[in-house]
Design a protein around this ligand. Structure first.
Ligand code: SF4
Length: 296
């Protein structure tokens, strides 16, 4: 049976940073009989980002129905959501750390709410807009692409697709192609146009203490390139998946020690005793394996 590989920006990021961590988080999920990633334990910081995103989406959904939240309600919802995530992940944090996480979350939410696009929605400048479900994927050749925007707004006959990234990496040439993946998603959904020039793309991401907005005009070429990027990522993930099933020990480790520091699989990883040492051991393991298979 062929493996159904899913593409999303989060998956891609992790895959590039550490194929082993990617396999443990998403590769295991690809198995038909396994619904939970192995040894999965998220960091409190990641849970804070997730909680902030969840409350942002909830707040936008309520805004769409004409309800505006008070600052007190925002605080309450963030607190409740963060507590719930920590509890579900069995993650105990000191109350001082919890307060600090909550402060970060509320700071980011307050600044984000002041962004031009959101303020246009608050002041009801656009009559037609939707909050979309980022877990809604489209299928292409047995692969699932999770590239839905968070919000779609119709402005002067153009669909503006908006994605919020709670923690963006440094600017990269590939950002535009990743943003174009939103068009691939929209074109497969009922009600959205097929013409790529009918879209405009916005990514709003937290970078170095600010919410930065990037805007792109998709073209036939950029959408085509984006599709190529997603397909080539999926092919690489499929190969890695086969590799991981054969022997987890042979999967490439993180490209940087920094990734290991924040990794939730660290305690069960050979890199827990140091990435350089784990890489050496892996090389020896591969050598031993190849000399053994050449004898047989
Ligand atoms: S500890 Fe490092 S090498 Fe091991 S899975 Fe995590 S990121 Fe990868």
């Amino acid at each position: 049976m062929q493996t159904k590989i899913g593409w999303s920006r989060t998956r891609r990021d992790l895959f590039l940073k550490c194929p082993r961590a990617w396999f443990l988080r998403y590769g295991h999920q690809s198995k038909a009989n396994s619904s939970k990633p192995a040894f999965s334990k998220r960091r409190p910081w990641d849970l804070m980002l997730r909680a902030t995103k969840e409350i942002l989406i909830e707040r936008l959904e309520e805004l769409r129905e004409g309800k505006q939240w008070s600052n007190l309600l925002v605080e309450h919802q963030l607190k409740h959501c963060l507590q719930e995530h920590l509890h579900k992940s069995n993650c105990n944090v000191e109350s001082r750390y919890f307060t600090a996480l909550l402060r970060y979350s509320s700071h980011r939410m307050n600044l984000l709410w002041r962004c031009r696009i959101i303020q246009q929605l608050v002041s009801k400048q656009h009559a037609c807009w939707y909050v979309l479900d980022r877990t809604d994927s489209v299928t292409h050749k047995n692969r699932q692409f999770y590239s839905s925007p968070d919000v779609a707004i119709l402005i002067q006959k153009k669909w503006h697709l908006v994605r919020f990234d709670m923690q963006s990496a440094a600017k990269n040439l590939i950002d535009e192609l990743e943003a174009n993946a939103m068009v691939l998603w929209a074109k497969q959904k009922h009600g959205f146009p097929q013409r790529v020039l009918s879209y405009r793309l916005h990514t709003i991401g937290w970078r170095r203490g600010f919410w930065m907005t990037e805007t792109y005009q998709p073209t036939l070429q950029t959408v085509k390139d984006s599709k190529r990027l997603l397909e080539s990522d999926c092919r690489a993930m499929e190969t890695m998946f086969e590799y991981g099933q054969f022997n987890l020990g042979f999967l490439p480790l993180a490209t940087s020690r920094k990734t290991c520091h924040s990794c939730s699989y660290r305690t069960h990883c050979p890199a827990s005793k140091g990435l350089a040492r784990a890489r050496q051991e892996q090389k020896l393991l591969e050598l031993a394996h190849s000399s053994q298979s050449s004898k047989t």
